[in-house]
Design a protein around this ligand. Structure first.
Ligand SMILES: CC(C)(COP(=O)(O)OP(=O)(O)OC[C@H]1O[C@@H](n2cnc3c(N)ncnc32)[C@H](O)[C@@H]1OP(=O)(O)O)[C@@H](O)C(=O)NCCC(=O)NCCS
Length: 172
């Protein structure tokens, strides 16, 4: 099983590559090449992931197997949308597992690390946005007790998409 650890600056390049690959694998079939290219240009490159790893408002967790990154999650401390009923919220901004590792329990292990991190820093609720047309991820989050409290717009390139907002208590 991969090890899960906090990202370090040396992870920036492989993390950028993994983030783009998993994003494309997940959403390419349902979106235009132009919107995918725009999104990837704006969000994934070594310098950006390097900034994210160093950002005190973010925690980046990576899963490493045989020297390769195979999954990651990012936790963010930005203010949540008004529908999130929380005084001390923490957002799972991204949680992506390489397709070869789907269905093997790694995503559950990574989620447990996210919840442990949330609990240890005193968060009361964990929230996230998930595309309304991503049934596997929605099923995964529901298994962890996340419940829908609203929605917001997630711009994918030029396309304003509807993300469901899901919330659960920050206890492991
Ligand atoms: C979402 C993700 C982290 C879940 O990890 P996973 O290892 O695939 O999780 P699971 O195997 O527990 O699958 C979750 C549930 O979805 C179900 N499922 C599998 N394929 C499905 C499909 N095509 N449609 C609907 N549900 C599906 C599974 O059966 C499972 O439910 P069950 O245990 O009750 O049977 C992983 O699939 C992933 O990284 N996907 C791509 C990135 C992504 O979508 N990230 C979330 C962005 S918000």
């Amino acid at each position: 099983m991969p090890i899960i650890r906090q990202a370090e600056l040396r992870d920036a390049a492989p993390l950028a590559a993994l983030a783009e690959r998993t994003f494309r694998d997940t959403f390419e079939a349902a979106n235009t090449p132009e919107d995918m290219a725009l999104h990837c240009r704006e969000h994934y490159r070594e310098a950006l992931q390097g900034q994210e790893i160093l950002d005190p408002g973010l925690t980046t967790l990576v899963c490493e197997h045989d020297g390769e990154l195979v999954a990651f999650a990012q936790l963010r401390r930005d203010p949540p949308p008004p529908c999130v009923p929380s005084a001390r919220p923490l957002e799972i901004q991204r949680l992506y597992v390489a397709s070869a590792w789907h269905g093997k329990g790694l995503a559950q292990e990574l989620m447990r690390h996210c919840l442990t991190q949330a609990e240890s820093e005193g968060a009361d609720q964990v929230w996230l946005g998930v595309w309304e047309h991503n049934p596997r991820a929605i099923a995964f989050y529901r298994k962890f007790g996340f419940q829908e409290v609203g929605n917001h717009i997630f711009p994918l390139g030029t396309d304003p998409q509807c993300d469901l907002i899901l919330v659960r208590p920050a206890v492991v």
